[in-house]
Write a protein that binds this ligand. Structure first.
Ligand code: APR
Ligand code: PHB
Length: 390
């Protein structure tokens, strides 16, 4: 089998890149380790920057997003039993974010790919990358007991943090940067109306809490928990009680409780791998970087990586130049590190750290007090939250 770009991974990165390339007639094949159902069963954040929405529109996968997504012109910070709205619209000259589940983004992109008759091999086993340091890379994978080979011009490693692509890079060719946070997020989905019309990020001495949503009738909540905590230790009642203890009275009173239909604990880490290109292999999205979800940047960083790589490949195949693919890693990393910094800053400002105690709590409250009283500081927060320029 032969294609132009072999894409590893059928998450947002791989699917979005595949659709953009298909739009200019570049052939791709996506090799996905899991089943379609398994990919769609993942629950992930869904706060989309305008650039991401526009990119989804460019590939014709934004109809449901525009119909069902929730435009948000602001969000609130809660601390010392008070609520402070960050007016994104006023602070950024009219920019906003859209709340729309990442699972839905993935679903919409999968439907577009299938409708165009493009090839995705699900349950592709033992995907392996070969000769990407030369001009004739290829990928092998197992399916139905047979090992298949795909010859290609380029390989896009869109296979996430645990994927094979980054691990295929020769030792010593990669520099990684990592910070593991000393806590996790316990997340709950429930078919109940959200506590507020926008998101609420809460700093509290008992720990961080977040009030989010998937729609006007489906809510997503998180509370900070110990790294080694177990979901089994959290009944719904315990979760709702702890959540409300961490929220200002006005918001706590607005929380509608109900049975959770999804409950999970996720670790928090910051991770960056440099560079993001090795010959004919490009690392994209979570394969190259991970941010704590506090800044809701994961999906949006994947989108900007894809945009940069797409324009480089477009110019290469148009016979223009290699400049775009040569510049990909540097350009992507410049934006990645700004988002990594913002996500780290939001995380350190809002969470309870075991080693900083009451002094650390007072410092966080002082920073939050300054933030909500200073237009300059709020503007800096708002600019990063809606997304820095691509
Ligand atoms: N072979 C083939 N596919 C693989 C392999 C492998 N060895 N390893 C992982 N995959 C698949 C996973 O099953 C997954 O479907 O690659 C896909 C990677 O998707 P994501 O992890 O969603 O990463 P990405 O597409 O970059 O999207 C980043 O999704 O994970 C969230 O928070 C993250 O919002 C961010 C966005
Ligand atoms: C979510 O809705 O899952 C969500 C929203 C915003 C975040 C993180 C998660 O910062």
């Amino acid at each position: 089998m032969r294609t132009q770009v072999a894409i590893i991974g059928s998450g947002p990165s791989g699917l979005l890149l595949g659709q953009l390339l298909a739009g200019i007639g570049i052939e791709t094949i996506i090799l996905e380790r899991s089943s379609r159902e398994h990919v769609l069963a993942r629950v992930r954040a869904g706060v989309l920057e305008q650039g991401t929405v526009e990119l989804l529109g460019e590939v014709g996968a934004a109809a449901r997003l525009h119909a069902e997504g929730l435009p948000h012109a602001g969000f609130s910070l809660a601390f010392k039993d008070r609520l402070h709205r960050i007016d994104l619209d006023a602070l950024t000259g009219g920019r906003h974010v859209t709340v729309y589940g990442q699972t839905e983004v993935t679903h919409d992109l999968m439907d577009k790919r299938a409708a165009a008759g493009l090839t995705t091999i699900y349950e592709a086993a033992d995907v392996a990358l070969h000769d990407f340091d030369g001009a004739a890379p290829f990928v092998t994978y197992g399916k139905d007991g047979i090992t298949h080979r795909v010859d290609c011009d380029f390989i896009a490693g869109c296979d996430g943090y645990h994927g094979v692509s980054r691990k295929s890079v020769p030792d010593g060719a990669l520099k990684t940067f990592e910070r593991q946070y000393p806590f996790g997020w316990l997340g709950v989905l429930a078919e109940v109306p959200p506590a507020d019309h926008e998101l609420v990020y809460a700093n509290h001495e008992r720990g961080f809490a977040l009030c989010s949503m998937r729609s006007t009738h489906r809510s997503r909540y998180y509370v900070q928990c110990p790294q080694d905590d177990r979901v089994e230790a959290w009944s719904d009642d315990r979760f709702w009680d702890e959540l409300r203890r961490r929220l200002p009275e006005r918001i706590a009173a607005s929380v509608t409780t109900g049975p959770s239909f999804e409950k999970s604990i996720a670790p928090l880490r910051s991770f960056v791998a440099e560079p993001m290109r090795f010959g004919r292999l490009f690392l994209v999205g979570d394969a190259a970087h991970i941010v704590p979800p506090t800044g809701a940047k994961g999906l949006n960083l994947a989108a900007s990586d894809v945009r940069y790589l797409f324009t480089g490949l477009r110019d290469f195949y148009a016979g223009k130049s290699q400049a775009g693919i040569d510049a990909y890693s540097g350009k992507a990393l410049a934006r990645v590190w700004k988002a990594v910094r913002f996500s780290w800053w939001m995380t350190t400002m809002l969470h309870r750290f075991p080693d900083t105690g009451e002094f650390g709590q007072r410092i966080q409250e002082a920073e939050l007090d300054y933030l909500v009283q200073s237009r300059a500081a709020s503007t800096a927060l708002a600019e990063n939250y809606v997304g820095l320029p691509w």
